[in-house]
Every structure is written in C-alpha cells, then in structure tokens.
Design a protein around this ligand. Structure first.
Ligand SMILES: [Mn+2]
Length: 365
C-alpha cells in the first residue's frame, strides 16, 4: 500500500506538493475539474460541498480538453517535487454531459473521453477516476456538529427535488438551458448507458495503458433528485466489473461511501474487491450512520474500524494508493490541511503498527 493525497485544481502548486511529502505521502491524485468555479455555496478551503440543491459550480470549457503538454507539465512538476502522479480524478461535465444524459452530443463526447485517455497515456498518467452519475455528489448538508464542533457534511433525509435542465453531476454545464427539469430514467437505462460508455472507451484505455476507476454513488441512495444511482450497494460494484472484463476496468473504492450503504459489509467488500485485484486506488474516510442519515467523521471515530480495513488490504497485498477522502474541517487557519494531516498521521501510525506486527509474527532463524 502506498500513501497519497488528493489535490483539487487550485492546489496544484509546489506548496501543496511539499505539504504532501511532509505528511508522509509518496503519491498524489489530482483533480483538473474546477468544482468551485462560481459556486456561492462551495468554499474552496473544504471538499466541494454546494448546498442541498445548489450545485458545486459551473463546468469548464466544452471546447478545451486537457492537452498533452498541460498533463506532462503537471506530471513533471509533481515528479520534480519528489512525488508520483498516480491518477486524475473525475471528468469535467463540460466534456461528457451527453454521455451521462444520452444527449445529442454523445458521439462527439465519446471522442472527447477517448482523446483525454490517449493524452493521459502519452503523459504517463496511469489511472482515470470517474463517477458515472446524473445527480452526482449532491443532497448533502454542511453542519457544525462534528467532534468538537467541527464543520462536516452528511445527509438529513432524502433529496427529491429534480435536477434543473443544464445541470448534471451537480455542476451547471449550460447556463442558457430552457427552464424545466430532467426527466427521470430507470436503473436499467442508466446501466445501459454505462455499458455503452465502457464499450466505447475501454479499447482506447487498454491501448493507452490507462485504467478507468469507478467511484460508487456518494451518497449511496437508490435514487437522488428523481434519478437512479448505479453503485449504491456493495455487490453492485461486481456488476460493473463483470460488464467489461479488462485490466482497464477497475474501481476507485471509497470506504466511507461503502460504509454508508444499507446492505452488505464494508470489510467484506474491501476484501472481495482487493482479492480480485480490481481496486485502482482507495478513498479512505470514516462515517457515522447510513443513508439517508449519516455524518462524515474524523478517521479515528465513526462506524468503520480502520485498523481492520488496512489489515485486510495488507493481507491481500494491495499495492495501490490510499488517499484520505474528505475530513471534517479543523478549527484553525488551515482547516483542510489540518484535517488531511490528522488523517495521514493516523494511517501512517496504523500502517507502522501492522508492519511491526508482521515482523514479530515471522519465525526467527
Ligand atoms: Mn470518495
């Protein structure tokens, strides 16, 4: 297992790379979508939050795909700082909204995604995290009832208000869309769209040596904003894996999201998918409760026994990257940094303990 840090677009600077290294990371996962763009309920010093029904922000430029030069430059800056760039997390809704919506620009946007994957291959970036979701990460509330009054996020019941036209994946991609809301689709229709997407891009991912890595639905409700969700119980990840047998079809496994699911067992899920070698990288966070009533917690509290998660990964020889997912905000001038440093320190401590225990158990000669 390798330790990494996830950095939002505005954090791709030498200072943040130094912070990652100082906190014990060897790897980084980067976001190139600016989730915070013009989002009034979405402060930049936290995970992207939005409000229960306000989107994060406005999607990027539909005409501008990430270039090989840009990707190679970012990779070089990260390597010059002594770190490894392991993944890009998430596609910009501006580049693939009609793949999610099965809209008129779908075929052109399949070409967008193929181009992005090819360019990642050229730039030597091995993993693309994605989240095949219409409503996206939405319907959550931000509250100051974490431990010690920490600001954190969670759910206080279902979110049923439909998605307005021009919005998908909790971002606005068309500010001139006609009034009205998106028509509901069925779960089977959503799976059909995913299957077509994987069929269309998987050969390019294989050729390019890039793994696609699917995040489960956060929050994992069967339906959000009157649209179906794809992976909202642990066993549904298996359906996604079996849909396209390929080394390039993998998981961005989110421990917190799986723990929020109403069925199954987070330990069994981590064991099952790490045993199959299907996990590209891991989001680690703790949580109290299950959908539709839960709170994100600090790593050392909450429902999940992190020692048990990390020892399962060790036993199954998971050699990918683990990054902190979100953490509650700590009261200080750098709430994001403090939350991350606390989580990373905790993971380093548990890893050292597991490592030391495995040496002690080894027979002496
Ligand atoms: Mn996650």
């Amino acid at each position: 297992m390798k330790l990494g840090l996830g950095l939002y677009r505005h954090m791709l600077t030498r200072e943040y790379y130094a912070f990652a290294q100082q906190a014990g990371c060897t790897h980084v996962v980067i976001h190139l979508v600016d989730y915070f763009n013009q989002g009034p309920s979405n402060p930049r010093n936290n995970q992207p939050t939005g409000a229960k029904y306000d989107p994060w922000g406005v999607a990027g430029d539909a005409e501008k795909l990430w270039t090989v030069d840009e990707l190679a430059r970012i990779r070089k800056e990260i390597e010059d700082a002594g770190l490894v760039l392991t993944a890009i997390e998430n596609l910009d809704p501006a580049h693939w909204h009609d793949i999610l919506l099965d809209g008129p620009q779908r075929s052109q946007q399949i070409e967008n995604v193929r181009t992005i994957i090819r360019r990642m291959g050229e730039a030597g970036i091995p993993i693309l995290g994605y989240n095949f979701s219409l409503a996206g990460v939405c319907g959550r509330v931000t509250v100051s009832s974490g431990r010690g009054g920490a600001v954190t996020v969670g759910m206080d019941g279902p979110a049923d208000v439909p998605i307005p036209n021009g919005m998908v994946w909790n971002m606005t991609y068309d500010r001139n869309a006609p009034p009205g809301t998106l028509a509901s689709i069925s779960h089977e229709e959503l799976w059909r769209r995913l299957e077509r997407f994987l069929e269309d891009v998987m050969p390019v991912a294989e050729e390019s040596g890039v793994q696609l890595a699917a995040h489960p639905d956060d929050p994992p409700m069967p339906v959000m904003r009157q649209q179906p969700r794809l992976v909202y119980q642990p066993h549904m990840y298996q359906r996604l894996i079996d849909l396209a047998p390929s080394k390039s079809n993998s998981l961005e496994l989110c421990v917190g999201t799986i723990a929020e699911m109403t069925e199954g067992d987070v330990y069994e899920a981590v064991d099952r998918y790490s045993n199959q070698g299907k996990i590209a990288y891991i989001h680690l966070r703790n949580v109290a409760g299950k959908v539709p009533y839960y709170r994100e917690t600090f790593i050392d509290e909450g429902d999940v026994d992190m020692n048990r998660i990390l020892s399962i990964l060790k036993r199954n020889n998971f050699d990918g990257v683990v990054i902190p997912d979100h953490t509650p905000q700590m009261s200080c001038p750098a709430p994001w940094h403090a939350g991350m440093a606390h989580t990373l320190g905790y993971v380093l401590g548990v890893s050292a303990m597991l490592e030391s225990a495995s040496h002690k158990d080894r027979p002496r000669r």
